[in-house]
Design a protein around this ligand. Structure first.
Ligand code: ADP
Ligand code: MG
Length: 227
């Protein structure tokens, strides 16, 4: 399989007024299409920063980044990044990031405001069915459980058919049973060919992934792909 993500000597330093906050150092990573990966590490180790860079939500300070073979340059315009992001990546966050006053259906349709597509409505219905929520189409997030909210978020992440799903602590706010349901859905999506990257600090989740990358103090301290 070909590399879908390649990072070479990647570094990130946040600039806070006069203070430089180095967060990622010398990250070298190759991820193949179809992998299911856990990124595990303590709080503050740089996991979300790394995910945001891979997801084109943030920019590295230096280094090389290729996504699907395309070089993502440091000065690529925001608009161009947003276009690539919308087509390529679906996001799932710990705190769901849903619009609380909109129906689950409307939430799933959100990304189609950017990338117009025919039959978006039917596709959203299909995806809500796939995550087991066909009976909750008109419910709002405030009327649903955490596990259900995360399943809406998964349907939303899938609406533009991204090749890559990035999930930042997707089970962090869930009890273990609903958390496992989310992981099971992600595993099924991986079987269908999606490349899945799950950030977690739960070893039990990491064990269910084919590969675990460990981050410590902004550096990769372990990768069972290298063994
Ligand atoms: P993790 O997700 O592993 O908990 P993060 O990537 O969120 O870690 O953060 C790594 C480090 O970077 C932390 O020390 C955090 O305080 C710092 N950091 C994160 N975001 C910013 C930011 N926007 N500006 C400055 N420092 C940040
Ligand atoms: Mg984080």
């Amino acid at each position: 399989m070909k590399n879908i993500i390649e990072l070479k000597n990647l570094a990130k330093t946040y600039q806070l007024k006069n203070l430089e906050v180095p967060v990622l150092h010398d990250i070298n990573l190759e991820i193949k299409s179809g992998e299911m990966i856990a990124i595990i590490g303590p709080s503050g180790s740089g996991k979300s920063t790394l995910m945001n860079i891979i997801g084109l939500l943030d920019r590295p300070t230096s280094g090389e980044f290729k996504l699907k073979g395309e070089t993502i340059t440091l000065n690529m315009p925001d608009k161009k990044l947003a276009g690539i992001r919308a087509k390529t990546i679906g996001f799932i966050f710990q705190s769901f990031n849903l619009l609380p006053k909109q129906s689950s259906l409307a939430n799933v349709l959100l990304p189609t405001a950017y990338l117009k597509q025919k039959n978006a409505n039917n596709k959203a219905l299909e995806l809500l069915k796939k995550v087991g929520l066909s009976h909750r189409l008109n419910h709002k997030p405030t009327e649903m459980s955490g596990g259900e909210k995360q399943r809406i978020a998964i349907a939303r992440a899938l609406i533009n058919d991204p090749e890559i799903i990035l999930a930042d602590e997707p089970t962090g706010n869930l009890d273990s049973k609903s958390g496992q349901q989310i992981i099971d859905i992600l595993k099924d999506l991986n079987k269908e060919g999606k490349t899945i990257i799950i950030i977690t600090h739960d070893e039990k989740i990491a064990r269910q992934c084919m590969r675990t990358i460990r981050l410590f103090d902004g550096k990769i301290s372990g990768d069972n792909n290298d063994q």
